[in-house]
Design a protein around this ligand. Structure first.
Ligand code: SF4
Length: 397
């Protein structure tokens, strides 16, 4: 297929595909899907080999958010039965992080619900970062605390944070449809603040919120312009009790096309499959490792993922290997440039994107369940997190 040959050539040269080419990836047929995965897989292997980076989420503060992000189970007015708790103490967060690191993660993502941190909150998180780094010298720490005020990114950097996550989530044009309490421009501003402070930028999207192909391409092109080092791709988990609970729009094939498009547009960037991996890719998860070079290990913020050991087994069975603590994730040209090469950068995160908090119903999911049809609700695959941070039960890692 000429399209795929062109996209592979561009990906190897870090050349931006045209919008028409990106849209064409999303419009490919199921008959062509394996060819699409193979082509994007060439780009993935060129820049990242067969390595898979594992990241581990620690939800420092859960629920009770005053913002109204419609995809989020922690939002204002959410009736989702999620865990709700205030700030974990540094030693509690450090213990949760240690479980993820023992399971093979090299990055810990410290996330807190809320519009953005107070200066006292930055102090708390700084103490937590120090507690984690005291125990694990080589760990990468990413903070995801919402919108940043002047000076806060610098303080997090001084405290030892390596990265900041703040997602754009969706296109600028549709942003007001999913959130009214802050703007797309607010999000871009925080990404730029984080970048200016020398933090590695992590910024991504959520697919499956009813957006068009054009919206998806728009947000991925916006991300390319911001030039984050990592791009988490969340697949909306329509959690009961949130406004988007009925938005079951994704199929495994659609998810694979989206990941391939992101890889072609951001070829040398850490593309991470984030929330919704188990719920929407289901048995196609191993195929997606040919597109993304990074995943979350274990559970998400408010929902449960598959068992951490299942993540590790999947990586090994698919012929990939877990990236070691001593290995550099990014290609040499990007790693050596550091954050200085970016146009902006910035946190990527949506703390709770339907994404970062996806989950599945583990147990009982497989076996006798009939093959899902497009748009079929799979509430059987969504389980609210009941273990790890904020509970007395051991974390999943
Ligand atoms: S995504 Fe973050 S800011 Fe938005 S409602 Fe959820 S916790 Fe609050």
């Amino acid at each position: 297929m000429d399209l795929l040959n062109t996209l592979v050539d561009k990906g190897l040269r870090r050349e931006l595909p045209t919008r028409e080419e990106a849209l064409a990836v999303l419009a490919t047929s199921d008959d062509d899907l394996l060819d699409v995965v193979a082509a994007a897989g060439k780009v993935r292997r060129h820049w990242f080999g067969r390595r898979v980076k594992l990241n581990y989420l620690v939800n420092l503060k859960s629920g009770l958010c005053p913002e109204d992000c419609s995809y989020c189970s922690q939002r204002l007015g959410s009736t989702a039965g999620i865990l709700k708790y205030t700030w974990l103490k540094p030693d509690e967060a450090s213990r949760a992080a240690a479980a993820g690191l023992a399971g093979g993660a090299k990055r810990v993502c410290l996330v807190a619900s809320g519009r953005g941190p107070t200066d006292r909150d930055v102090d708390r998180v700084s103490e937590t970062i120090k507690a984690i780094k005291d125990q694990n010298e080589s760990v990468e720490v990413c903070a995801c605390l919402g919108l940043l005020s002047d000076g806060q990114a610098e303080r997090l950097r001084e405290a030892g944070a390596d990265a900041y996550n703040h997602n754009l989530n969706t296109s600028e044009e549709t942003y007001a449809d999913i959130t009214t309490t802050h703007t797309y421009a607010d999000r871009v501003d925080t990404v730029r603040k984080a970048h200016a402070a020398g933090l590695s930028a992590c910024s991504g999207l959520i697919a499956g919120m009813g957006e068009s192909d054009e919206d998806l391409v728009d947000v991925v092109y916006s991300l390319r312009r911001l030039d984050p080092d990592s791009v988490p791709v969340n697949f909306l988990i329509p959690v009961e009790g949130t406004p988007l609970a009925k938005e079951w729009n994704l199929t495994p094939q659609r998810c694979l096309r989206i990941l391939a498009m992101v890889r072609f547009v951001c070829p040398d960037v850490e593309v991470r499959i984030a929330g919704g991996r188990e719920v929407h890719l289901r048995s196609m998860q191993p195929l997606a490792l040919n597109l993304a070079n990074s995943i979350f290990l274990g559970d998400y913020l408010t929902t449960e993922g598959q068992a951490g050991q299942a993540d590790l087994d999947m990586i090994a069975d698919a012929g990939f290997e877990v990236e070691g603590a001593g290995e550099v994730t990014l290609p040499e040209h990007r790693a050596s440039a550091g954050c200085g090469s970016h146009e902006a950068a910035g946190g990527c995160g949506s703390h709770d994107s339907g994404g970062a908090c996806g989950s599945h119903g583990s147990g009982g999911v497989c076996g006798s369940v009939p093959a899902p049809q497009p748009n079929e609700a799979r509430t059987d695959l969504v389980a609210v997190r009941r273990r790890g941070a904020g509970t007395d039960l051991a974390p999943n890692a």
